[in-house]
Design a protein around this ligand. Structure first.
Ligand code: HEC
Length: 331
């Protein structure tokens, strides 16, 4: 098992031990990612995120790669093993391509905003067991990995993260190129480095549509594996929307979300059969979208997109949890 996988497995065991004691499972929290957010910053991290600050490429070819990378960046299935099962994606740490200062994953993080994913760039089989969390970098700022378009060191670094640190499957080349294009585009000059944007239903439905469009682009270029991964990104985003409607009175909204998700699952299966009508079906899925998103929008103020509702729900569900439940599991 890779280093990270080993550590996550230890954490899982730790969590089981904690369950045997008095501590209730953190899984009571209505939003899964709340489990790995510093409690004092949790509400802010769930209701707003840093501005993306991406310079969207103008030429169609570059734009296509950027969108593919953007969707892959938000796909937990890109990462393997425990990370994928926990719902972690690149964006969990680098929210909107930037820095999630509230990230505090048991066993991976020290201070909030840190994680132990030491670069595999130089040594792909370190396999050390040193707990060495580093600050999560803001990808909009120049870092230690060159962003030069003529130097593929960025793609090599990202591939190492996926395959060696996160135990992921070998990513399709198109996905790696896309991630490189996305990371290079983050960091538009003049963008307010401290600016934040609210997390709304429209933000997430927008992400889902862009992932579907990226999937169509990959499918058209004959890359079924990439297309499938990108569709999984759209489905994960639907999962994030679903959590926000985890309110008793909004059960029928959740049913609508689940129907939309099942429709995407059926298209995933059509991709596996190499069906001829994949693009038409994805277009029909998008065309049907306003019908169900309109009702979600109508109910948004009653959902957990609303900060007061969310705060209330987090309070109730974590009332009996230990103050910093993760802390005891950290090593
Ligand atoms: C668990 C949190 C986490 C996840 C998930 C994660 N990263 Fe990072 N990332 C980090 C940390 C921490 C560093 C700094 C590592 C270091 O200093 O050695 C980093 C560094 C980087 C860098 C180098 C920035 C520089 O200094 O130039 C890039 C690029 C990057 N990550 C992209 C990604 C991509 C793409 C993904 C998804 C495939 C991803 N990261 C997933 C935490 C994460």
């Amino acid at each position: 098992m890779d280093r990270l996988g080993t550590r996550l497995a230890i954490v899982t065991l730790g969590a089981a031990a904690a369950l045997a004691g008095a501590a209730p499972p953190a899984a009571n929290l209505p939003i899964r990612s709340a489990q790995w957010l510093d409690q004092s910053q949790r509400l802010q991290a769930l209701t707003s995120q840093p501005l993306e600050c991406a310079a969207i490429p103008r030429t169609p070819g570059d734009r296509r790669l950027f969108e593919i990378g953007r969707a892959a960046f938000r796909a937990p299935l890109l990462l393997g093993g425990q990370a994928a099962r926990s719902g972690l994606s690149c964006a969990s740490c680098h929210s909107n391509g930037r820095r999630n200062q509230a990230f505090q994953f048991p066993g991976l993080s020290g201070e909030p905003g840190t994680a132990d994913v030491t670069s595999s760039l130089m040594s792909s089989h370190r396999g050390n067991s040193v707990f060495d969390p580093r600050p999560i970098p803001d990808l909009a700022l120049p870092g230690k990995v060159s962003r030069s378009r003529t130097n593929p060191v960025l793609e090599t670094f990202i591939r190492g993260l996926i395959v060696e640190e996160f135990d992921g499957a070998e990513p399709p080349v198109l996905i790696l190129q896309g991630l490189g294009a996305y990371v290079r585009a983050v960091g538009r000059p003049g963008c307010d480095p401290k600016g934040r944007m609210p997390v709304r239903l429209a933000t997430m439905t927008g992400d889902a549509v862009r992932a579907v469009d990226a999937s169509v682009r990959a499918w058209r270029s004959g890359d079924a594996a990439a297309a499938r991964l990108l569709l999984s990104s759209a489905r994960s985003t639907l999962g994030l929307i679903d959590e926000r409607y985890n309110v008793a009175a909004l059960a029928s909204d959740r049913q609508a979300i689940r129907r939309a998700d099942l429709a995407l699952l059926a298209i995933e299966q059509a991709m596996d059969r190499k069906a001829a009508d994949v693009v038409i079906r994805l277009a029909a899925w998008k065309a049907a979208m306003p019908r169900w998103t309109a009702r979600l929008a109508r109910d948004e103020a009653r959902s957990l997109f609303d900060a007061a509702n969310l705060a209330h729900s987090l309070r109730i569900n974590s009332r009996s949890a230990p103050a910093r439940g993760a802390g005891s599991l950290r090593r």
